[in-house]
Design a protein around this ligand. Structure first.
Ligand SMILES: Nc1ncnc2c1ncn2[C@@H]1O[C@H](COP(=O)(O)OP(=O)(O)OP(=O)(O)O)[C@@H](O)[C@H]1O
Length: 259
């Protein structure tokens, strides 16, 4: 019965829609022998949230950095919006990058700038021609979309960890990305705040129709956000499926993530 359900699910996943990110046979070794990726394959369809699970050091961050050209793989193919990013010129790659938002672990706000300035700076870096009024409106809208309209004049040092994550997310959203890459979006937050961030990720997907890759160790976040999960081990995809499928997987190692 479970097998039957699994097959149906897999078929419906494969049948689905437009691929937005496709990775084939990705390899990366650092130095002489730190081989991190040994032939990773994955696909993210339009409007889909893909969660990546894996132990620390399994290459999750390296993989998403390869997608945006921050790390160059040794071998493999990466297609974003059907463009082979490894063959693009800097200018062509930048055209793709502006459609991709990141939320890195640290959130990395500029400490010397207010929340308004942090967001405005990012927006202007992407769209130089905007007037002051447009920038101000976009900043307000982005802050409201994460429920923090009132924090516009605050400095990062005045914000809690959860608020910093939200502001980081607002700064990601202000460029209107079609893809969002989340690197451990709930790390360091308490259970309730983590849940709020996961709800926000889900809300963004539904309202803005984004496609996302979410790296997380937070299984509650994975359960809420994942349309599909891949599990990285020893440089390859060891298992994949829906949350419900993987928590019942035959492989004890895979199930251990869900305990
Ligand atoms: N720029 C780099 N130069 C050299 N080695 C690197 C570089 N980036 C990552 N690595 C190595 O690649 C391996 C995988 O790192 P990565 O950050 O992708 O792990 P991860 O799965 O995201 O771990 P975590 O869950 O702890 O964040 C590690 O051994 C790391 O030392």
């Amino acid at each position: 019965m479970i097998e039957e359900e699994k097959n149906t699910e897999t078929k419906s996943k494969n049948k689905k829609q437009t691929p937005i990110i496709e990775i084939r046979d990705l390899h990366k070794t650092f130095g002489k022998d730190n081989t991190v990726l040994k032939g990773v394959n994955l696909m993210v369809n339009k409007g889909e949230d893909l969660v990546i699970l894996g132990r620390s050091g399994s290459g999750k961050s390296v993989m998403i950095k390869c997608i945006v050209g921050l790390i160059e793989p040794d071998k493999g193919e990466i297609k974003v919006f059907d463009e082979n990013v490894l063959n693009l010129s800097k200018k062509e790659l930048n055209k793709i990058r502006v459609k991709i938002g990141f939320l890195f672990q640290s959130g990395a706000l500029y400490d010397s700038m207010s929340v308004r300035e942090n967001l405005a700076f990012t927006l202007r870096a992407h769209k130089r021609e905007l007037t002051e009024d447009v920038v101000e409106n976009e900043v307000i809208e982005a802050l409201e979309s994460v429920g923090l309209g009132g924090a516009i004049d605050k400095m990062p040092s005045e914000l809690s960890g959860g608020m910093r994550k939200r502001i980081g997310l607002a700064r990601t959203l202000i460029i209107n990305p079609e893809i969002i890459l989340y690197d451990e979006p709930t790390t360091g937050l308490d259970t309730i705040t983590s849940r709020e961030i996961s709800e926000l990720i889900l809300d963004i997907k539904h309202k803005q129709k984004t496609s996302s890759i979410i790296i997380t160790h937070d299984m509650a976040c994975a359960k809420m956000t994942a349309d599909w999960i891949i599990v990285l081990k020893d440089g390859i995809i060891h298992a994949e499926g829906t949350y419900e499928e993987l928590e019942k997987d035959e492989d004890e190692w895979v199930r251990s993530f869900f305990d």
